[in-house]
Design a protein around this ligand. Sequence first.
Ligand SMILES: [Zn+2]
Ligand SMILES: [Zn+2]
Length: 277
Amino acid sequence: MLSARQTLIREELEAGTGAAIGMAVDGSKSRTGLRIWFADLEERYGPVAEMRPYGLKGYAVTLGFGAFAGEVVRRIAGAGSEDVHLARALVASVDSSVEVEVQGQEMADWKITTGDFRMTAIIRNLPRDPEVALTEVSRDTIVPMMAAMAELIGYDVIEEDDHGEPEYEGAELFTTVRRRERNPRNRLLCIRLHGEVCACCGLDPRETYGVAGSIIEVHHLEPLSLLKEPRPYDPARDLAPLCPNCHRAVHTRRPEPWSLEEVVELMADPMGKAGIL
Ligand SMILES: [Zn+2]
Ligand SMILES: [Zn+2]
């Protein structure tokens, strides 16, 4: 049972962080604990999230750094402002019933400058079944915390080559938009904030396709015209979840995609009888 859940947790962690995950379950005590780290860094060279029983029905998650994580901490300290913004937004997306703290820092502007960094989260009133509790804590608290670390470390976003894309004015901005849309941490935050349901057609792919249904994509709402006069990127405001069909439809107009409202209008009147568009 536990190994099946572990596979599930690992899949969610890897999908949310975009990095390979190492984990170990500590079942030596009456209540199960869990340690999670990035596989390529091992436990000693990177961030580690550790989950321990806390109180009667609670768990405490501590996020810290391994003994030899100096290099990674230096890399994180040099992360760009967009990465920092997204990392904070991911941590802020943890449910408000969970007490999240960063040792000696304000939650609004926490940052990582040394290996002594400690982020803790206390989750109370969990289900008694240790496996259910473990899954809940991993999904709702550890995944966003580790995704924040992955963003700061700068795990590569898989870039599909856009060969065949025509050159046009604003192509570079378009690349920025595509990179944000393909960033697994942006996707995770978008789903946590807006749900895993298409913002155009209302499709819930997990309801339709079951276990094969984790296919919601992230669309960047900011029109190209606005990108030409940049304002700070805000993943909470600028991203929308779309099913693959609606996402393709939205991008059939270039360079500025159809707005979600326009696509909804098109769907309501696909033959164009109303002559709106
Ligand atoms: Zn859709
Ligand atoms: Zn898009």
